[in-house]
Design a protein around this ligand. Structure first.
Ligand code: CP
Length: 306
């Protein structure tokens, strides 16, 4: 059982806690592969997804995860809620508490919003992505996918290329992978590399070739057009040509190195279409891992409470 009320980021989690989530996620994934979608783990619970930013994968998979385990699941899209009438995040949280809601899964454009909510509500809070801070369930599903394709995450080399500066996925993966003993290499235009990411444990590379050399996994990250405020790189075409992951660049990786991407992908920008749809791609498998790992998170946070 996770001995914490909330899941806010992988910076906070121990290697043992990450391992527990991945082990439980692997069991959930086995059930999903057998098409078992009626489980009792969350019977009598209610889960609300509260999304202040767009999402397909994360929102849908948290909702399905809750429903597959028997919970009452509802979604609040900020655009169509009382947030539009001026209600604060804390007051929205208190309203959900008053409705006897057990878990709030929140995505918010401001880093730290899930922590503020967690400090003020009784419900468990799960961070589904906060600004440029963390996206813990994404990194956990990435690690589950890696763990199923290699004997261990310990000793793996993972190359992350793309918009690292704006990426909460990059940070959560860095924290989680380092805790499990992997090496994390990063490459992007200098304008898309956050200052001090090396001090957090990343190996910052000077070329695509250096980043991908000897990698077991090559992860592309989306160019976040909505968070670019001008002039960080010349054009998407030039990004693809000089910084994108291509079949040529993959030759520097280990034979059969895996290609991953959290999605949504800008096809032909971060990765070529051939790599996205190719044999070494694990992008669709990441989506299934997403439901499994979110089932594990919801179950482990609420277990033994009723
Ligand atoms: N990877 C990810 O967070 O995707 P969504 O924005 O579709 O949830």
């Amino acid at each position: 059982m996770l001995k914490r009320k909330d899941l806010l980021g992988l910076y906070d989690l121990s290697a043992e806690e990450i391992d527990e989530i991945l082990t439980t996620g692997a069991s959930m994934k086995k059930l999903l592969r057998q098409n078992i979608k009626k489980l009792p783990h969350l019977q009598g619970r209610s889960v609300t997804t509260l999304f202040y930013e767009n999402s397909t994968r994360t929102r849908c998979s948290f909702e399905l995860a809750a429903k597959y385990m028997g919970a009452h699941a509802v979604n609040i899209a900020a655009e169509s809620s009382s947030v539009k009438k001026g209600e604060t995040l804390v007051d929205t949280g208190k309203t959900l508490d008053a409705m006897k809601n057990d878990v709030i899964v929140i995505r918010h454009p401001m880093g730290g919003a899930p922590r503020l909510l967690a400090n003020t509500v009784k419900a468990h809070v799960v961070n589904a992505g906060d600004g440029m801070n963390e996206h813990p369930s994404q990194a956990l599903l990435d690690m589950l996918t890696m763990r199923e394709n290699f004997p261990s995450i310990q000793g793996l080399t993972v190359a992350i290329l793309g918009d690292i500066r704006h990426s909460r996925v990059a940070k959560s993966n860095l924290f989680g992978l380092k805790k499990l003993g992997a090496t994390v290499k990063m490459y992007a235009p200098r304008t898309l590399i956050p200052k001090d990411i090396d001090k957090m444990g990343a190996v910052v590379c000077r070329s695509r070739e250096e980043a991908v050399e000897g990698a077991d996994v090559v992860m592309g990250l989306r160019i976040q057009l909505e968070r670019q405020h001008g002039g960080l790189f010349p054009s998407l075409g030039e990004y693809a040509k000089y910084y994108g992951v291509t079949e040529e660049i993959m030759k520097y990786a280990k034979p059969n190195a895996l290609v991953m991407h959290p999605g949504p992908v800008n096809r032909g920008v971060e990765l070529t279409s051939g790599l996205i749809d190719g044999e070494t791609s694990r992008i669709e498998e990441q989506v299934l891992s997403g439901i499994a790992v979110r089932m594990a998170i919801l179950f482990l946070l609420t277990k033994e409470e009723l």
